[in-house]
Design a protein around this ligand. Structure first.
Ligand SMILES: Nc1ncnc2c1ncn2[C@@H]1O[C@H](COP(=O)(O)OP(=O)(O)O)[C@@H](O)[C@H]1O
Ligand SMILES: [Mg+2]
Length: 293
């Protein structure tokens, strides 16, 4: 594992400073999700967040995007403290398809541009450019239900790109897609993003996707999430599909899995352990009952 040198502060697009977070639970308890997470993200960097399911990745992304407030600590974007959503600076692509079903792809993008305050005269051109960038020009006037899952995610990406923000936050954008489609979209994304110089934070549960796309992969622990390790991927963008069969790729992927394995076990193993304990209890009770009868 290579540790990342502390980058020049003036270069940070995003600074996460000692961020902790807990959700309130209905029973008046709390779910502690993040424990003093600090992370500096350089301008133009593609950073992947990876960690066991439920550890707090989406929560961290939402805190970076100003959609959720941290319980402690702060996030700075371009040096300014985040106080709420910043649609002029940050665009989102979510796992679920968030397109309006009653609007065509073109209309969906124009609505987003309207929310962002882009003048009417610029909306059509900006929307068309973004649709072209993701190869959907032929389907600009189609409705979301007329597109495949992969095309809908491309349309969501086009909407995010049309906003021309410097920062793009992506929360498992390909998770609902089949493996071939997600591999292909990952390759497309690498080509597309190489040309944009955007700062991107991508949450993924795919080790392959993380190594293929990231400049840096941040591995998070089981909840409450802390940063367990950071791994650099030094190959330039855009990355060729052949990168995935290189020795460097498999070494990095293996290193990531080794780091994640313990954390996944803590999450999944805890559940299996509890289920096994319940089973033992049930059998013990049944045994006692049998002895009494
Ligand atoms: N709105 C919420 N209220 C209460 N608990 C939540 C809420 N959102 C998420 N959680 C809980 O917080 C933890 C972290 O969630 P999340 O950030 O979505 O994890 P991840 O994206 O890593 O899978 C999970 O245990 C989840 O159940
Ligand atoms: Mg999530």
């Amino acid at each position: 594992m290579r540790l990342v040198p502390v980058p020049d502060v003036t270069q940070h697009a995003i600074s996460v400073g000692s961020v902790s977070h807990a959700y309130a639970r209905p029973d008046s308890g709390v779910v502690q999700t993040l424990n003093s997470v600090s992370l500096d993200i350089r301008k133009g960097e593609l950073l992947c967040l990876i960690g066991p399911s439920g550890c707090g990745k989406s929560t961290l992304l939402n805190i970076i995007g100003g959609l959720v407030s941290p319980t402690a600590g702060e996030v700075r974007v371009n040096g300014q403290p985040m106080r709420g959503p910043a649609p002029k600076e940050i665009a989102y692509v979510f796992q679920e398809n968030t397109l309006f079903p009653w609007n065509t792809i073109l209309e969906n993008i124009k609505v987003a541009l309207e929310f962002q305050g882009v003048p009417v005269s610029d909306r059509q051109d900006r929307a068309n450019q973004a649709i072209e960038a993701v190869g959907l020009s032929e389907f600009a006037h189609s409705y979301p239900h007329q597109l495949s899952g992969g095309m809908k995610q491309r349309a969501s990406l086009a909407r995010a790109l049309s906003l021309q923000t410097d920062i793009l936050l992506m929360d498992e954008p390909f998770a609902a897609l089949d493996e071939q489609t997600r591999t292909y979209l990952g390759e497309e994304l690498s080509v597309l993003l190489a040309a944009t110089n955007k700062t991107i934070v991508l949450v993924t549960h795919s080790l392959t996707e993380a190594v293929f796309l990231a400049d840096r992969v941040v591995v998070m622990t089981a909840r409450p999430a802390e940063i367990k390790a950071t791994i650099n991927v030094n190959t330039g963008h855009p990355r060729e599909p052949s990168f995935t069969t290189s020795a460097e790729f498999s070494d990095l992927r293996n290193e990531l899995y080794a780091l994640l394995r313990d954390e996944i076990e803590k999450t999944v193993g805890g559940f299996v352990g509890r289920a096994a304990a319940r089973d033992r209890e049930r059998r013990a009770v049944a045994g006692e009952g049998g002895a009494r009868s």
